[in-house]
Design a protein around this ligand. Structure first.
Ligand SMILES: Nc1nc2c(ncn2[C@@H]2O[C@H](COP(=O)(O)OP(=O)(O)OP(=O)(O)O)[C@@H](O)[C@H]2O)c(=O)[nH]1
Ligand SMILES: [Zn+2]
Length: 309
């Protein structure tokens, strides 16, 4: 019996496909209890986990240890599903595909996604797609959005997955990283992946089919290896980070620029909503915090946008 280290690249609920550090693909099971401390979920192991497994030379390995995670995306228990579920672990970056039009991505959706990524401790990049379809007015909005998010400290790209000949900046972004890809339906996620990695074509369709059937949504997850290095995770439940629950008292921590101004607030437990003399509200009035970001903050704080998922 040999102990080996590897990366979980696929999970079907009871079986885990592990890529060992010396390049072997082994299907593994779990025996016994090997949960990480403090995390309760239906699945002890998820894609992105680094694991130790016992290899006795047969076709099947047995996972005996999960390494500490640097972060993980979890779907918290709801009325429908009683237990939490870990969707992905050790994610290097979240890439949000946004379109100014065809379809229009709402700002609250963008800001909610960013806040969720901040809560998970995952860096975000925004890719604006379909620039080939934008008129002058859309281009102006694109400029405004890019300036806003770059100003706060987020990397942005603007591309046309369909018309742009050279998409090497997207490739460079994804190279050697574990990325989750998100965005509204129809913004061009599949188109963009297929452009930088044509090999994935079939698999992307497969995932979509499972996504649509809604059948295996709770258990199936897969990371797609990129030929130039790195992985893409595109699984049901991750596309909009829709179901993340953020404690309302902590929400302002995840709006970076709001958090900065909140430090000067007179009140320790200020919600930055109705308190008089709140330094966040003053920063919004003086234009130091963008109104749209503040509106998103309030919208999430006051539960106005449960529809935006
Ligand atoms: N004009 C234009 N059309 C694009 C571009 N990127 C994608 N499309 C089109 O937009 C439509 C949706 O693209 P998809 O790649 O299927 O979008 P998706 O985000 O994967 O959608 P879901 O699978 O529903 O989540 C398709 O008709 C694409 O051809 C682009 O850069 N420009
Ligand atoms: Zn305040």
């Amino acid at each position: 019996m040999e102990q080996k280290n590897g990366l979980v690249i696929k999970s079907t609920g009871s079986r885990y496909t592990v890529l060992s550090d010396n390049g072997e693909i082994v299907v593994c099971q779990i025996r016994g209890k090997i949960r990480l401390k403090g995390i309760k979920s239906t699945n002890p192991v998820s894609v992105g986990d680094r694991v130790v497994y016992d290899d006795d030379g047969s076709n099947e390995g047995v996972i005996s240890k999960i390494e500490e995670r640097k972060n993980y995306i979890i779907r918290k228990a709801t009325n429908l599903s009683k237990e939490s579920h870990i969707i992905a672990a050790n994610v290097d970056q979240a890439v949000l595909i946004v379109t100014i039009n065809y379809p229009m991505t709402s700002r609250v959706f963008v800001d909610r996604f960013i806040a969720a990524s901040e809560a998970y401790g995952i860096p975000v990049t925004i890719i604006f797609n379909k620039t080939d379809r934008y008129d002058a007015k859309h281009m102006q909005i694109l400029d405004d959005w890019r300036n806003l998010y770059e100003g706060i400290g987020y990397k942005t790209l603007a591309v046309s997955a369909k018309k742009q000949a050279d998409l090497s900046e997207v490739e460079a972004l994804l190279k050697n990283k574990i990325s989750v890809l998100s965005g509204h339906s129809g913004v061009g996620k599949s188109t963009l992946i297929n452009r930088v990695e044509p090999e994935l074509n079939l698999k992307t369709a497969e995932i979509s089919a499972i996504h649509q059937s809604g059948k295996h949504t709770t258990t199936f997850a897969e990371m797609h290896a990129l030929s130039f290095g790195g992985y893409i995770i595109d699984t049901p439940g991750i596309r909009g980070f829709g179901l993340i629950h953020i404690e309302k008292e902590e929400l302002y921590h995840y709006f970076k620029e709001i958090f900065e101004f909140a430090e000067n607030c007179r009140f320790n437990n200020c919600s930055h909503y109705s308190e008089p003399g709140c330094s966040v509200k003053e920063a919004v009035e003086s234009g130091n915090i963008a109104l749209s970001r503040y509106e998103s903050y309030l919208s999430i704080l006051l539960n106005r946008n449960e529809k935006y998922r």
